[in-house]
Design a protein around this ligand. Structure first.
Ligand SMILES: Cc1cc2nc3c(=O)[nH]c(=O)nc-3n(C[C@H](O)[C@H](O)[C@H](O)COP(=O)(O)OP(=O)(O)OC[C@H]3O[C@@H](n4cnc5c(N)ncnc54)[C@H](O)[C@@H]3O)c2cc1C
Length: 284
């Protein structure tokens, strides 16, 4: 078994895996709480913090990728924390050691007293055959690279619309158990707004394909607001919005597979169906 790479300085050793919203927030709190009273090391690949919510703009070409990230190393240097551009490959809790692969390929074995594991969600494209930009034929906005790919595919379809063709855009989630419907919803509203701005909306069909039991569920059992003393449900608002924007919802749909010819999905009480598409952005 590999021994820790660095000697113990005596101060508590706090290791943070991941520098997304969770890991970076933990680091910022620690800078306030323990700054010089602990050795803090943050490990995350690619030396960048990504502001995920803005990827919905990158995916339509309305925002450049440069605007949604910043380099982490200077921030941690300022805080007096160590930053390692690399990935945790395994955690050995009994020995309190994390095995790391640095960006240059070298290995490191880091001992810790406290570990914050904030490596984020796993994007399970393999859960649905044919899903995703790498092995499949659908787009995603779950990383900068994915959003840039979605942008290119989207703009190709925009070019076809400009030539007078009709196009079907299917946006939603790509697995019966997928979550993060909110991001897909924001993206379809963006696509709708962008196509209207370009004067192309009348030739585009927009389909919302989601496993939510009702519109506006967003994977959190919906939301409610009190407006003028009355309770208004998210489903009422989103149903109306879809009608107003001419977005066709297909709800309670579990996507089972994607091919070049169509997206296969099941709905309770209905026969399995396949939906043809020109552009699909489905969150895993
Ligand atoms: C397009 C889009 C829009 C969204 N909009 C919203 C919104 O408006 N509001 C909202 O609340 N949420 C939104 N979300 C969801 C939100 O982005 C996530 O919930 C959030 O990013 C999760 O934070 P996290 O820190 O747990 O994971 P992440 O942000 O994914 O961060 C994980 C970190 O771990 C690193 N990492 C991964 N593997 C390793 C490893 N092996 N070793 C070390 N580091 C590793 C990653 O590089 C990253 O730094 C959106 C998501 C998307 C995709």
């Amino acid at each position: 078994m590999n021994a820790p790479s660095a000697p113990h300085t005596g101060l508590p050793r706090i290791v943070i895996l991941g520098a997304g919203f969770a890991g970076h927030t933990a680091a910022l709190h620690l800078s306030r709480l323990v700054r010089s009273k602990a050795n803090v090391t943050v490990i995350a690949p690619r030396n960048r913090f990504t502001w995920f919510p803005s990827l919905i703009w990158v995916g339509t070409g309305t925002m450049s990728a440069e605007k949604v990230w910043f380099p982490l190393a200077p921030v941690y240097e300022k805080l007096g924390f160590d930053y390692i551009d690399g990935r945790a490959e395994s955690i050995r809790p009994d020995e309190r050691v994390v095995d790391i692969r640095r960006a240059d390929g070298s290995e490191e074995h880091l001992a810790y007293d406290y570990l914050v594991n904030a490596t984020g969600p796993y994007l399970n494209f393999e859960g649905t055959p044919g899903l995703g930009p790498k092995e499949g034929t659908t787009q995603s906005v779950c990383s900068i690279e994915h959003a840039l790919g979605a942008r290119d595919a989207y703009l190709e379809n925009v070019a076809q619309l400009k030539k007078g063709a009709r196009r079907r855009f299917v946006i939603g989630v790509g697995h019966p158990g997928a979550t993060c419907q909110g991001a897909a919803f924001e993206y379809i509203m963006n696509v709708d707004a962008d196509l209207r701005r370009r004067g192309l909306r009348d030739r585009a069909e927009l389909v919302w394909l989601s496993n939510e039991p009702a519109a506006g569920d967003f994977g959190v059992d919906g939301v409610e607001a009190r407006i003028d003393g009355k309770i208004v449900t998210g489903s009422t608002v989103i149903d109306e919005l879809f009608k107003e924007r001419e977005i066709q919802p297909i709800l309670a749909a579990g996507v089972t597979g994607v091919g070049k010819d169509g997206i296969a999905y099941d709905r309770v009480g209905f026969d399995p169906a396949t939906l043809e598409y020109d552009f699909a952005m489905l969150i895993p």
